[in-house]
Design a protein around this ligand. Structure first.
Ligand code: GRF
Length: 226
């Protein structure tokens, strides 16, 4: 059975699109049961609708408290049948309520090499700091911001005076590593040991060609198709 997932968005939804594309190509064995946006004008809503994916706007401003908003989000996720929650540019902090309900079943993607540059505008933080390498991280979500066990990371070079290119190159790697991380979960190949995440049977499949992303390091390596 395909892995039933719920995707939470707030904005443009390019990661959502990358996930949809890999599912439609038959490479990612998941089914998006529902897309939830807290932002009624998120472009990602159109992406879901264009692909006939159930989509619900749950505008946090219409709820008296964070807890009430999250209760509704959980209701919609549970009734959709989603087993794993994928945060794809979701700009709300999750409380313990939702994290405990979906323990070790919530994923996030963050545009830096964690634990560096947590929080918003991570690409800009890295660029302004002057690091020479930055990238992206897919991790499990725990109660701390951008903190849970790391599944996969990509690393790209920071070029002089080229913030826009850096942000774009990081995003391009995000679209490759996020579907891959979800596929490992779909294949039941992920084991969490404390802070460490092990991916079973690496090397049994061919690795992907990432020459279009060079210079770039992705670890664990992407498998064919991703
Ligand atoms: C991405 O950079 C992601 O890492 C961060 O928010 C951005 C979302 O982009 N969490 P998109 O909405 O998927 O295009």
């Amino acid at each position: 059975m395909s892995l039933p997932i719920g995707v939470l968005i707030s904005g443009t939804g390019t990661n959502l699109q990358a996930i949809i594309d890999k599912i439609e190509q038959g490479i990612l064995d998941a089914k998006i049961k529902v897309v939830i946006s807290n932002n009624p004008s998120a472009f990602g809503i159109k992406r879901a609708k264009d692909h006939n994916i159930p989509c619900e706007v749950i505008d946090h401003r219409k709820f008296p408290s964070r807890e009430d908003h999250e209760k509704r989000v959980v209701e919609v996720l549970e009734s959709s049948g989603a087993q794993v929650i994928v945060l794809a540019g979701y700009m709300r902090l999750l409380s313990k309520f939702i994290i405990n309900k979906f323990s070790n079943r919530i994923l996030n993607i963050h545009p830096s090499i964690l634990p560096s540059f947590k929080g918003i505008e991570a690409q800009k933080q890295a660029f302004d700091y002057g690091v020479k390498i930055s990238g992206a991280t897919v991790h499990f979500v725990d109660e701390h911001l951008d903190h849970g066990p790391i599944i996969i990371q990509s690393a790209v070079s920071v070029l002089d005076n080229d913030y826009i290119s850096l942000a774009n190159r990081i995003l391009k790697t995000e679209h490759r590593i996020y579907p891959q991380a979800i596929q490992w979960i779909a294949e039941n190949r992920i084991k969490i040991v404390g802070r460490k995440v092990e991916v079973k049977d690496l090397g049994k499949k061919k690795f992907a060609d990432i020459s279009d992303l060079q210079p770039c390091i992705i670890n664990p390596p992407l498998e064919e198709g991703f």
